[in-house]
Design a protein around this ligand. Structure first.
Ligand SMILES: [Zn+2]
Ligand SMILES: [Zn+2]
Length: 179
């Protein structure tokens, strides 16, 4: 027992919880949010999300799935995803937009500049998205899980001066609803 009688030192559960859970650093904060955004993905193959950040503020988010107005992938909207094509094949016929692509076009849709921004992605970007990231003026890519960052993808980002960084030691959040 503390002999201080002020209200800040009570045994309130909220105070104990706050003491037990330190504030996440910025990288963790944005990556955690990307994992929440990912829950909105409608792709039957793989769920991925991206969060674009500028000056420590979120300017856009995106998750993968079929384009606006097209039947959801998990409702049969994308024949390629519904087929037995092995992972990484048949991508030319895939109707699903990638999370990075959707976060960049979402920013464009609202007239927000992505120049100089950082993009947080739950999965490392493919070559197509990397080209889009370069041309959108994004300066840094921070990813959680490694997909198949090809040498070509790494080379394009490096030559264009975009930093590609895996978030080392990151632990994915446990998402609890009504918790
Ligand atoms: Zn899909
Ligand atoms: Zn991609």
């Amino acid at each position: 027992m503390s002999d201080c009688s002020c209200h800040d030192h009570g045994d309130a559960p909220a105070a104990a919880a706050a003491a037990a859970a330190p504030r996440p650093d910025w990288d963790t904060y944005f990556m955690d949010i990307a994992h929440v955004v990912k829950t909105r993905s409608n792709c039957s193959r793989r769920n991925v999300a991206a969060v674009i950040v500028k000056d420590r503020r979120i300017i856009s988010t995106g998750y993968n799935g079929t384009p606006r107005g097209v039947r959801n992938c998990n409702e049969g909207g994308c024949p390629r995803c519904a087929s037995s094509a092995p992972s990484g094949t048949g991508l030319g016929e895939c109707i699903c937009s990638h999370a990075e692509e959707n976060s960049i076009t979402q920013a464009a849709y609202h007239g927000i500049s992505t120049k100089g921004a950082t993009i947080y992605v739950t999965l490392s970007p493919c070559l197509m998205c990397s080209k889009m990231i370069v041309n959108a003026g994004i300066r840094e890519v921070v990813y959680d899980e490694e997909y198949s960052v090809t040498e070509q993808t790494k080379a394009v980002l490096a030559e264009a001066g975009v930093v590609l960084r895996r978030l080392e030691g990151y632990k994915r959040p446990t998402l609890v609803r009504n918790g």
